[in-house]
Design a protein around this ligand. Structure first.
Ligand SMILES: Cc1cc2nc3c(=O)[nH]c(=O)nc-3n(C[C@H](O)[C@H](O)[C@H](O)COP(=O)(O)OP(=O)(O)OC[C@H]3O[C@@H](n4cnc5c(N)ncnc54)[C@H](O)[C@@H]3O)c2cc1C
Length: 294
């Protein structure tokens, strides 16, 4: 049972390293007893509920050089400490990757978006979170820095299970890279939620690219809230690739996405209801993305 007492975290030692190498040394020194803190929007509530009680908090929020958005070689490189608000309002992200900007606009409320970071959302790996479904849909790449150097993994390997990623205890997520969507692309993020600021019942990230003849060259679909990890709806994408995206093809894609989903029944709805909502929201998301192809 939670009481007011539980809303106070256990005592911990606080460190504010000034560099990545200093943070890595602290992680190395304190191992499983330590936890990285970025914006604190997921970690602090968990600590207050005493679901997580690290003895050593390593606040990376003051390390310079981990907050940026850069466009290079048709890719958008985003520093892990870039806040949701900064990603949402970035002109580069809005013009080259609308689906990510829209997903960011749905994260919690303005206060949460001002503090919470894109890297924190990815590392927390809540399957109902907004940004991870976009990162999976777009095959984002994750650069992790550890004492033995950097390594990069793609989204399919990064998200491993509920609240579990490929990030090792002695590593820091440094950067996330997403593709700039090519010309003749349209994209959107649609979230079905009980009220503003809540986590998704289901949500759909969709991006489509058409060729000159209006045939689907590429389709990307990522779903939130329907599995233990953000789901890439590959079978649904196949229903559209190489075809004209008419109503029949869109309905087939929506049905396949629903079949692929394995949601659990919880306070947000029954598994059957969520599967139905996947059908509805994939259809709507594809139509919206197609209407935005320019
Ligand atoms: C009121 C409220 C409403 C919310 N609503 C939503 C919502 O609607 N949709 C949604 O998607 N999310 C929502 N969230 C969750 C939250 O916005 C994100 O999970 C949060 O932004 C995570 O980022 P952070 O920087 O705050 O991470 P933190 O809380 O600081 O850290 C989260 C986890 O990631 C690890 N971590 C963070 N950064 C790094 C890094 N660079 N390297 C290694 N490990 C790292 C931490 O150790 C910790 O385990 C909500 C949160 C609150 C408080």
């Amino acid at each position: 049972m939670f009481t007011l007492f539980n809303m106070i975290p256990r005592a911990f030692e606080y460190y504010a390293p000034a560099s990545v190498s200093e943070a890595l040394s602290l992680l190395q020194k304190y191992g499983d007893e330590s936890k990285v803190l970025a914006g604190g929007q997921s970690l602090v509530p968990l600590m207050k509920l005493r679901l997580v009680s690290p003895a050593h908090i390593i606040d990376i929020g003051r390390i310079p050089g981990l907050s940026y958005i850069k466009e290079e070689d048709n890719k958008i490189r985003i520093g892990a400490l870039t806040t949701h608000h900064e990603v949402e309002t970035s002109p580069v992200v809005k013009s080259k990757c609308m689906v990510l900007s829209e997903a960011e606009s749905h994260v919690g409320d303005q206060q949460v978006r001002n503090r919470g970071t894109i890297g924190g959302s990815a590392c927390h790996a809540d399957p109902a979170a907004d940004v991870p479904s976009v990162l999976v849909a777009l095959d984002a790449e994750f650069k992790m820095t550890g004492s033995s150097g950097d390594r990069v993994v793609d989204a399919r390997n990064f998200f491993q299970d509920i609240f579990t990623t490929d990030l090792r205890q002695n590593e820091i997520l440094a950067e996330i890279t997403v593709p700039a969507l090519p010309p003749r692309s349209g994209s959107t993020y649609l979230k079905f939620e009980r009220g503003a600021g809540d986590f998704a019942i289901v949500a759909v990230a969709a991006a489509v690219t058409l060729d000159q003849a209006g045939v689907c060259q590429d389709v990307r679909l990522g779903l939130a809230g329907v599995e233990s990890i953000p789901l890439r709806a590959l079978k649904a994408e196949e229903a559209l690739k190489g075809k004209k995206p008419d109503d029949n093809a869109i309905l087939e894609a929506a049905a396949r996405a629903s079949e692929q989903s394995k949601p659990s029944s919880d306070i947000r709805g029954s598994a059957e209801y969520k599967k139905e909502m996947v059908k509805v929201f994939v259809k709507r998301a594809l139509k919206t993305a197609l209407s935005r192809v320019s």
